[in-house]
Design a protein around this ligand. Structure first.
Ligand code: DC
Length: 230
């Protein structure tokens, strides 16, 4: 088997991260959650006053400070995936709140943010043996990835998953509120000028609305075996 790059793109709450993590564990690859990087920049912008009271972003201010944003992933005992660190601080939980979710899309439309993060992501993939999930991994970050997977599921199924995920963390939101967040994020992610969410022409599509996780993993593993064959 040769070492390859696996790019997984898809809609928010399509189960990308869960399945990317599971696949990486199964085949002994490193897992990188590129969405966590956009979330970490969003948290940085919130904490440093780059969101104005009306919700708009002080782009010039943030651009000038991008060099001070250091994001790393560290493996930790007892955790099933690498944990996100922002300037040396573990922010894995802080970046998953609804507040960050509601503010991350406009941050992810900023070209200077994308350029900085794409560069970091490409460096992480240089040695291969990596599974990265996001929105532009198979199109912009690794257009030559040996295996590209595009994951999706219906809006209803994705809103249900998100609701359950937030409820586990003790965050109560109505289904309608979450449904709107899912739809709005799809809209912004797919229509933005820079690196919109697009399916790479050579991506394999996995619509998992009705497919249980073990079966999804089996399908992905089969695709991996085929792509990594010498
Ligand atoms: O996958 P996620 O929900 O954690 O992603 C958070 C946000 O970051 C989402 O609005 C899309 C954006 N994103 C992106 O633009 N490009 C990526 N490669 C990953 C995420």
């Amino acid at each position: 088997m040769k070492k390859i790059v696996i790019a997984i793109d898809g809609h928010s709450s399509s189960g990308k991260s869960t399945m990317a993590k599971a696949l990486a564990r199964e085949i002994g690859y490193i897992y990188v959650d590129s969405g966590a990087m956009y979330r970490a920049v969003t948290l940085y912008a919130m904490r440093n006053g780059f969101f104005r009271a009306d919700g708009s972003i002080d782009e010039e201010g943030l651009r000038a400070r991008m060099g001070d944003v250091h994001i790393e992933f560290r493996l930790e005992e007892g955790k099933d995936a690498p944990q996100t660190y922002l300037n040396g601080e573990r922010v894995e939980d802080e970046i998953r709140t609804m507040e960050v979710s509601n503010r991350v899309s406009p941050i992810a439309t900023l070209a200077f943010v994308r350029e900085a993060l794409v560069r970091m992501q490409q460096e992480m993939g240089e040695r291969k043996g990596i599974v990265m999930d996001g929105r532009d991994i198979g199109t912009t970050v690794f257009p030559n990835a040996e295996l590209k997977i595009f994951m999706t599921a219906s809006v209803e199924v994705r809103a249900f998953r998100r609701h359950r995920e937030l409820a586990w963390k003790g965050e109560e939101h109505t289904m309608e509120e979450i449904r709107q967040n899912v739809v709005e994020r799809d809209r912004i992610d797919s229509t933005r000028a820079v690196s919109p969410l697009r399916q790479a022409p050579d991506a394999k599509v996995l619509d998992n609305s009705d497919i249980p996780m073990p079966e999804q993993l089996r399908i992905m593993k089969e695709w991996y075996d085929e792509a990594a064959k010498e």
